[in-house]
Design a binder for this molecule. Structure first.
Ligand code: ZN
Length: 276
């Protein structure tokens, strides 16, 4: 009897811990001090690049030899390291398709390397437009944050950073369905959020949702950089994503740990309670 009670207590504790973020027993590989890869599931890789703020991109194996990569590390150098890792693990003949979910450096900083290697890069026309009209301002803010001497390497990299537009452009208001390795990959724009061009990517066959920077991780108690966003529309747009992709099993935020659909609910509640 006692043992049975103890078991239920343990079960309760385990249940309590597993409700939001994924546990820390996942396989993690460090490619460098600032670049690591977490295998969330077989053939599903969360790439974490800290430059200096940790940011996520997601690589998913679809079919025999196709991969979708959503967003990129901050830099072409880190992107190159991940590509080498991927080719070593899955062979040189694999085919990669990239999707940028916004115009910020943590969405598409690695494009230069991908384009050099002739990897197709999907992104909206609005992303290209904001790269031209808004990005200088955003980078100025980042430079201010990086102005202390210990951040000099990042400051210098940001100051002279060269941006590359996506190569396969689409109208953000038209939902995109790509077929990669005979699997559907959907790109959806729910309205303005953390930026005016952030999209989400959903793989219905695997129930994987890359929420990107509009979705906050469970550990995030407030929205980070919001200068380019629309605070009023953000929770409403997230509610649309929740309605459309509520059956997602795995949700990857732009920053922090992956989890389940409760990340969307958590993000909505953080944004609705902002300033209260
Ligand atoms: Zn971000």
């Amino acid at each position: 009897m006692k043992a049975k009670m103890l078991m239920s207590v343990i079960t309760l504790i385990l249940l309590a811990c597993s409700c939001g973020s994924m546990n820390s027993s996942l396989k993690k590989e460090n490619l460098s001090g600032e670049l690591s890869i977490v295998e969330l599931d077989s053939g599903v890789y969360q790439v974490i690049h800290s430059f200096p703020w940790p940011g996520n991109s997601l690589i998913v194996k679809l079919g025999q030899s196709d991969f979708v990569w959503v967003d990129t590390p901050y830099t072409p150098e880190a992107t190159s390291s991940v590509l080498e890792w991927l080719y070593k693990k899955h062979g040189k003949s694999i085919k990669i398709t990239e999707i940028n979910t916004g115009f910020h450096i943590d969405n598409l900083g690695g494009n230069g390397e991908l384009i050099k290697r002739k990897i197709p890069v999907y992104g909206s026309q609005l992303t290209c437009e904001l790269l031209k009209t808004r990005n200088k301002n955003t980078m100025q803010t980042m430079l201010k944050w990086l102005s202390s001497p210990e951040n000099k390497i990042y400051y210098d990299a940001y100051k002279s950073f060269r941006f590359y537009e996506p190569t396969q452009k689409f109208n953000i208001n038209e939902e995109q369905v790509l077929i990669i390795g005979s699997e559907k990959v959907e790109i959806y724009f729910p309205g303005p959020t953390h930026t005016y061009d952030n999209t989400v990517v959903y793989i219905p066959g695997k129930k994987i949702l890359f929420g990107g920077c509009m979705v906050l991780s469970m550990e995030a108690k407030k929205a980070g950089f919001v200068d380019d966003g629309n605070m009023k529309e953000w929770p409403k747009s997230l509610a649309k994503v929740l309605k459309k992709y509520g059956d997602a099993d795995l949700v990857i935020p732009g920053h922090g740990s992956a989890g389940n659909i409760s990340l969307l609910k958590h993000s909505i509640s953080v944004l609705e309670n902002r300033g209260k």
